[in-house]
Design a protein around this ligand. Structure first.
Ligand code: SF4
Ligand code: SF4
Length: 425
């Protein structure tokens, strides 16, 4: 028997590979198959490549790595597969194999290392925000887009309008419920979210308090490891997961609330990530069982805070890591429908990723751009007054291709505006 091309550390499991019956039902929802029509850039083709590698019939370097790198990890194939193939587990077993065993070109490695040296660190992101503000004031963005290599051009074009007061603001550690306490929750404030989308965290605390939740937001929390987990950097993800568990498990709360789809999906996976670690397996499983997206918490609580009308056609974009990876689709819609006057509409091709996908729009800028343009076109087609989506990555990506023509918010910001009677436009 030929030896597997994977190393012995958690390779993709044979039983999971065998679950795929090659029916092709997943093909229409796969963004890379939609773009290129290439079998090896479809879920079925990638599972076939994993199968060949597991049998030792293809090496990891070369075509194998190219097709796996081109996958967005959007998990649309998991939603659409009638056979219950766990492509999420297959991909999360495969990517660390590539990171460990396939040497990357020097420039590729430097670029990826640069991303991981910046994004998980709030202090560094704040320093980047200062530079970003100067950069935007000098109007360098348009020039840079023309002269920089594609990856750097894509990364700088994603920078949102920087407001230093928000970037350096600190969230209160404890926010009391504004009604008799119904739940006690802890909030993950995130890295990019805390620095560039601080207002979303503020809105989250306010809405939870208005709905009768006491909210604890520990200052010492760090990155949850989501970017590393989804990119195959297993050591990074594991270390971050342990730190996050150690910070939150001390708190006497019912739920650990997340308002970033990508972070929520990785935190719900800590139990699986640390299942083999005798010291952490039980703690990780207990932690993951408490993690909820903000929309899940709010949908479970019958509303007590008065809503003021917001008369607007609101398009809801399902972030892949909320809809596909966590299966949370109805809760945000249910919450948004509690706002009088909101006409909630779905997008055409709603299942297709916008091209953000963690670090994908920086490391694979060309397909990400095509998907971003396509998503922007689908948003324009429904002529909304507003777009809402529950992931900062999606907001940055869509803003890049839609510009400022349609205001964009996190759903909890819209709800906060309704509860507080504020105008959102
Ligand atoms: S992943 Fe699922 S839907 Fe896609 S080919 Fe395999 S069995 Fe069919
Ligand atoms: S995760 Fe997304 S891009 Fe990757 S194979 Fe599945 S549908 Fe295609």
């Amino acid at each position: 028997m030929t030896e597997s091309s994977f190393d012995a550390t958690h390779p993709p499991e044979r039983e999971l590979l065998d679950d795929c019956v090659h029916c092709g039902f997943c093909l229409p929802t796969c963004p890379t198959y939609q773009l290129w029509g290439e079998e090896m850039d479809s879920p079925r083709g990638r599972i076939y490549l994993m199968d060949l590698a597991e049998r030792g019939e293809i090496e990891l370097e070369g075509a194998f790595t190219e097709h796996i790198d081109a996958c967005l990890g959007c998990m649309a194939c998991v939603t659409s597969c009638p056979s219950g193939v766990q492509y999420d587990r297959l991909l999360e077993a495969t990517r660390p194999q590539i990171e460990r065993n396939v040497p990357r070109q020097r420039s590729d490695k430097l670029f990826r290392d640069g991303i991981f040296a910046l994004f998980p660190y709030r202090r560094r992101l704040r320093a980047a925000a200062i530079l970003g503000l100067a950069y935007q004031k000098l109007g360098l963005s348009k020039v840079a887009e023309k002269v920089l290599p594609p990856r750097l051009a894509a990364a700088q074009a994603l920078l949102p309008p920087v407001r230093l007061r928000s970037a350096f603001a600190k969230l209160p550690r404890r926010v009391r419920a504004r009604t008799p306490v119904r739940r006690r929750v802890a909030l993950l404030s995130g890295c990019v979210q805390d620095v560039f989308f601080h207002d979303v965290n503020v809105a989250t605390q306010r809405v939870l308090a208005a709905e009768g939740c006491e909210v604890l937001t520990p200052r010492e929390q760090g990155c949850c490891g989501a970017l590393g987990l989804h990119a195959g950097r297993a050591d990074h993800a594991t270390a971050r997961a342990k730190d996050t568990i150690a910070t939150f498990e001390k708190l006497p709360v019912d739920d650990i609330v997340v308002n970033v789809a990508g972070c929520g999906s990785s935190m719900k996976e800590y139990g699986a990530l640390l299942a083999d670690d005798p010291e952490w397996a039980r703690r990780a499983a207990a932690f993951s069982a408490k993690v909820k997206d903000i929309s899940e918490v709010l949908a479970d609580l019958s509303p007590v805070a008065e809503r003021h009308p917001i008369t607007a056609k609101v398009a809801y974009h399902d972030a892949c890591h909320l809809g596909h990876a966590q299966g949370v689709r109805q809760a945000p819609r249910k919450v948004l429908r509690t706002i009088p006057g909101v006409d909630l509409v779905d997008l055409p091709e709603a299942e297709l990723c916008c091209g953000s996908a963690g670090i994908y729009n920086m490391v694979q800028p060309e397909p990400a751009a095509e998907l971003g343009e396509r998503k922007a076109g689908n948003i324009r087609a429904v002529k909304p007054d507003l777009l809402v989506t529950a992931n900062p990555g999606c907001l940055l990506q869509i803003r890049r291709y839609l510009g400022d023509e349609i205001p964009m918010l996190h759903p909890v910001q819209l709800l906060a505006a309704s509860i507080e009677g504020r105008d959102i436009r």
